[in-house]
Design a protein around this ligand. Structure first.
Ligand SMILES: Cc1cc2nc3c(=O)[nH]c(=O)nc-3n(C[C@H](O)[C@H](O)[C@H](O)COP(=O)(O)O)c2cc1C
Length: 241
């Protein structure tokens, strides 16, 4: 993210938060180095501070370590590469929560801009569908991360349970950043919910919100060489006096 246009007279707390928010970005190329269990525990303990409606704390998390990550990665990648992703009339995604119906207008613009930035970074030319497909499939290799977490919510808590999990995800991302870890939230894995559910024996009443692959960033990986931007405040905030 570009430097946030904010006041300079900030408290140390605000400075620390701004530093973390500005430094965090989605990582799509990890080193294989595992994260110590104590560090993962610290990250997840910080994230437990997330707010939720009625303090219901609907999130539950599965975290892979060691060979369990590789076993999952290998089977997930094999499963995903056998799907016919190119056939738009037969989308293989079967998420527990419906994916966005469409991106139009500014949403389409932002989606395109982010996609192009990624493809340019990894050397996929405009219109190279095979290349963009290969990059998309990297989701299912967990971008080489040594760990993935699967975040689920309770079916009965509905949309607001999923909203609470979104807040939890944001806490995980910033907690990880504060500990020197890199992350990528992934709806892609929610798109193959049945596979993920079977693999980890997740009960039917637990709905898969998303995954987060995490570990240490590979600073040399081209996919990590671009940053996204954000809309100007005046375009998203309406003050009413
Ligand atoms: C709920 C959620 C799901 C996401 N799913 C994916 C995904 O499946 N694959 C991917 O490459 N990025 C995914 N992202 C990452 C977004 O593309 C990224 O957050 C966005 O482009 C902003 O970039 P930044 O995270 O670097 O600031 C997801 C992000 C969120 C919050």
């Amino acid at each position: 993210m570009p430097a946030l246009a904010i006041a300079t007279d900030l408290s140390d707390d605000a400075h620390a938060l701004v530093r973390l928010v500005e430094a965090r970005h989605s990582c799509r190329g990890f080193l294989p180095t595992p994260v110590p269990r104590a560090t993962i525990d610290t990250m997840l303990t910080i994230a437990q501070g997330a707010a939720s409606w009625c303090n219901s704390q609907p999130w539950e998390v599965i975290v892979t370590e060691g060979e369990a990550t590789n076993r999952f990665r290998d089977k997930l990648y094999a499963f995903a590469t056998n799907q016919n992703w190119a056939d738009q009339g037969n989308r293989p995604e079967r998420p527990d929560f419906p994916f966005p119906a469409r991106y139009v207008g500014i949403y389409k613009d932002r989606q395109r801009k982010t996609g192009w930035a990624l493809y340019q970074a990894v050397g996929v030319a405009h219109g190279d569908r095979a290349g963009s497909g290969r990059q998309m499939l990297e989701n299912f290799r967990l971008f080489g991360a040594p760990h993935v977490m699967i975040i689920t919510t309770e079916e009965d808590l509905g949309t607001y349970g999923a909203i609470d999990c979104g807040g939890y995800v944001a806490h995980v991302l910033l907690a990880a950043q504060s500990l020197g870890l890199a992350t990528i939230p992934q709806a892609a894995l929610a798109g193959v919910a049945d596979f993920v559910r079977d693999w980890f024996a997740i009960p039917k009443h637990r709905k898969i919100v998303c995954a987060i692959s995490f570990g240490y960033a590979d600073p040399e990986h081209p996919a990590n060489s671009f940053r996204t931007t954000r809309e100007k405040l005046e375009n998203v905030v309406r003050y009413v006096g």
